[in-house]
Write a protein that binds this ligand. Structure first.
Ligand code: GTP
Ligand code: MG
Ligand code: ZN
Length: 299
């Protein structure tokens, strides 16, 4: 029996593109693995077996980590990619205008899964994005202000991506696919103008694709998520997903403090004194409220 190991690059309907040491193959899930949703996701390491009908995935190796989100209005979580070294959350400084709270949400997904995260602010040829760069730097994130179109600021970013397994998430129209095209010579991912009517992206990329990089490493392009639900987080531990807030939360003298209304709370004091940015705290409050009010089948 012919067997191989490989890594899932993309899902295409009910089959998967899998990279093996002997090149790319198409494989389907076999047997028991077929039943549960999302048993195999982009980035998974799998075992393959050849049969008369082609390659079958017979086993999925345990994951180092998994980035997933809750489907808005739907049930259950949706995997984005597995086995990642780092997450880049990318937004445009303009066109479409950035929504800091969506950026915070995407960072929380990474933090909750213990995956290092950084921020890319693209289209600085249209707007320098100074307030957002300052906000995210103050929150403790590494920020890369770039213009993919004008080739500004890309080299330090690309240096940090080589030989690593990275995913780029962010709203539609931020320039994620454009960035990958710039990083990988010869790659032609589809990109699209933002809509003149709504000012939003058009959801050009429809599913996650992992791209092997020349010289080693992989980069996963993802569809732009306009709404990202949080999934499976423990509300009590949620403040740890905001590194800039958790330092103060740890100092809080109330062991079971939600850091919302409790008088004498250290985190609230840090917000009042300006040590913690008010709008990062506001994101914490909004997302915590959302987590505490999840329908029971999602919690
Ligand atoms: N002005 C400007 N436009 C850019 C820049 N980078 C990308 N764009 C444009 O922004 C639009 C959206 O780019 P995409 O790469 O398709 O965006 P995306 O994030 O992949 O979007 P989805 O696949 O829909 O999630 C395209 O028209 C790009 O040409 C930039 O640095 N400056
Ligand atoms: Mg895209
Ligand atoms: Zn507190």
């Amino acid at each position: 029996m012919v067997t191989r190991g490989g890594q899932i690059l993309a899902r295409e309907g009910s089959s998967f593109r899998v990279l093996t040491p002997d090149g790319e193959v198409t494989a389907v899930l076999r047997g028991r693995t077929k039943r549960r949703d999302e048993v195999a996701v982009v980035g998974d390491r799998v075992a393959l077996e050849a049969s008369a009908d082609g390659w079958a995935i017979t086993q999925v190796e345990p994951r180092k980590n998994l980035l997933s989100r809750r489907v808005p209005g739907g049930r259950g979580n949706r995997a984005i990619a597995a086995n990642l070294d780092q997450v880049f959350v990318m937004v445009a400084a303009k066109d479409p205008d950035p929504v800091p709270q969506l950026l915070d949400r995407l960072l929380v997904l990474a933090e909750a899964n213990d995956i290092p995260a950084a921020v890319i602010i693209n289209k600085i040829d249209l707007d320098p994005g100074t307030p957002l760069v300052a906000r995210m730097t103050r929150a403790g994130y590494q920020v890369f202000p770039v213009s993919v179109r004008r080739n500004i600021g890309l080299e330090p970013l690309f240096a940090g991506m080589r030989r690593m397994v990275s995913v780029v998430t962010g709203p539609s129209g931020a320039g994620k696919s454009s960035l990958l095209n710039a990083l990988q010579p010869g790659l032609v991912l589809r990109t699209g103008e933002t809509s003149a009517r709504t000012g939003r992206g058009r959801h050009v990329t429809v599913s996650a694709v992992m791209i092997p990089l020349a010289g080693g490493g992989y980069l996963v392009d993802t569809p732009g998520f306009s709404d990202v639900g949080l999934w499976g987080l423990e509300p009590r531990e949620f403040v740890a997903c905001f590194p800039d807030l958790s330092r103060f939360a740890e100092q809080c003298r109330f062991p079971d403090c939600w850091h919302l209304t409790e008088p004498g709370c250290s985190l609230r004091a840090a917000v009042a004194s300006g040590e913690v940015q008010a709008d990062r705290y506001e994101s914490y409050r909004l997302l915590l409220d959302e987590l505490q009010n999840l329908p029971p089948e999602w919690a």
